[in-house]
Design a protein around this ligand. Structure first.
Ligand code: SF4
Length: 408
């Protein structure tokens, strides 16, 4: 190997303590877990249960919901019950701010129905009440035997801690810049709160940490430091990532760097949905990020060329979309009946320039006719030309060949 070149592939996964969240393992040797969050009013039991079911069907392995009022807390057991009646046992995480201690005390059925509590150390309370209320939250977690995510956030940083670190910085011989002080405040907020929870009796194997910011470089710096300074399981996510492609790109850039370095045990892609877009988009993006990085396989991946002036139509792009949607829709069934189908690769290519070559690399690939080519589309299966499709039923026949390949 050339020592001047960086090593190929990912760095080994960072060793973390494994946390059981309902039936899902996070950290340790468990695969990186995909999670998401609802945006429904939690008091709307039917609507929230439906969105959780949609997220779960899309592949979310845990789902977080807002628990902000007594009515929302009272709704939680009904939501969990409604999901169980549909055979859905996805762990539900309660997101608490400001009044979590009161809600967990007043609604023990909620405390029991949730699989994990998310506590934001910057929003537990202020002054002397903060320590008491934080201790109460941890005591509820211990009493109900629930894990906790201690999730610090740039937008709700513990102001007392930030002020204390500013003072310390002023006395430092070589003072840090303001950004580094704030990053340290975020990290210390998460780490100090976790250590306090351990002192109160919560096992280290019941704690997940996060420290989210909205800037890519800041997130990478914060998590590298957090990973270096503890062995708690880490929840990765860029907070307030943004809408549409901006949110997808920013999240993928930040999480991609960290995952490549072996950092991160569960991820959430926090997208602001575009009007009319499905909430499940964030789950698909999270899965695709993990799969394209080679960390997990969820659904067969379709390689498609971008198209150019050599193609006669956009038919091949439509075919790529049809094929990707088909395999994604079939995956829940294949997961049970055809395990391993998720590792399959497909190629849909627009002309002879790269079509046959790329199709040969896939398990099953098709090279559609470009401008000036004969109106035929060779299909390659496991590297060999298997059949040539013609006419206006190419899409239908190719999808049938994919299904046949999976069956075999
Ligand atoms: Fe263009 Fe053909 Fe390359 Fe697709 S495979 S981008 S159609 S040259």
């Amino acid at each position: 190997a050339d020592p001047a070149l960086p090593a190929y592939g990912q760095q080994p996964r960072r060793s973390t303590r494994q946390v059981r969240i309902g039936g899902v393992a996070v950290g340790g040797d468990a695969p990186v877990v995909v999670q998401s969050m609802t945006n429904t009013d939690t008091t709307d039991v039917a609507g929230t249960a439906k969105q959780i079911a949609d997220l779960w069907r899309a592949g979310s392995e845990m789902v977080r919901i807002t628990v902000n009022t007594h009515e929302a807390a009272a709704a939680v057991p009904h939501i969990v019950e409604r999901l169980a009646m549909q055979g859905i046992e996805v762990p539900i995480i309660g997101d608490f701010h400001y009044n979590g201690h009161q809600l967990l005390e007043r609604e023990p059925a909620c405390a029991q129905a949730l699989a994990k509590y998310r506590i934001n150390p910057g929003n537990v309370g202020f002054g002397k009440k903060r320590d008491t209320q934080f201790a109460q939250l941890i005591e509820f977690a211990i009493r109900h035997d629930k894990p906790v995510r201690i999730g610090a956030n740039w937008g709700s940083l513990d102001q007392a801690l930030a002020a204390q670190l500013m003072d310390e910085n002023a006395r430092r011989a070589e003072s840090w810049d303001a950004g580094r002080v704030l990053r340290e405040a975020l990290i210390r907020s998460a780490l100090d709160s976790a250590e306090r929870a351990v002192e109160l009796g919560l096992a280290r194997e019941r704690i997940v940490l996060s420290a989210k910011v909205s800037g890519v470089q800041e997130l990478v710096a914060v998590y590298r430091d957090l990973a270096r300074r503890s062995d708690f399981a880490l929840h990765l996510g860029l907070t307030e990532a943004g809408i549409g492609s901006k949110g997808i790109v920013a999240s993928s850039a930040a999480l991609g760097v960290l995952l490549q370095e072996g950092i991160g045990d569960t991820i959430r892609i926090s997208l602001t949905p575009e009007p009319g877009a499905s909430r499940t988009q964030e789950v698909v993006v999270a899965q695709e990020l993990l799969q394209t990085m080679g960390l997990r396989a969820f659904t067969p991946m379709v390689t498609a060329c971008p198209g150019c002036g050599r193609t006669t139509s956009e038919f091949f792009q439509e075919l790529a979309q049809v094929v990707q949607e088909h395999v994604r829709a079939k995956m829940p069934e294949w997961k049970v009946t055809r395990p391993g189908a998720e590792n399959m690769t497909l190629a849909v290519m627009g002309c002879v320039v790269n079509g046959p070559g790329e199709s040969r690399h896939a398990n099953i690939g098709i090279s559609l006719p470009g401008t000036g080519e004969a109106p035929s589309a060779p299909v390659f299966i496991d590297g060999q030309k298997a059949v040539t499709l013609r006419g206006d039923r190419i899409a239908h026949e190719f999808v049938a060949l994919v299904d046949d390949y999976v069956d075999r």
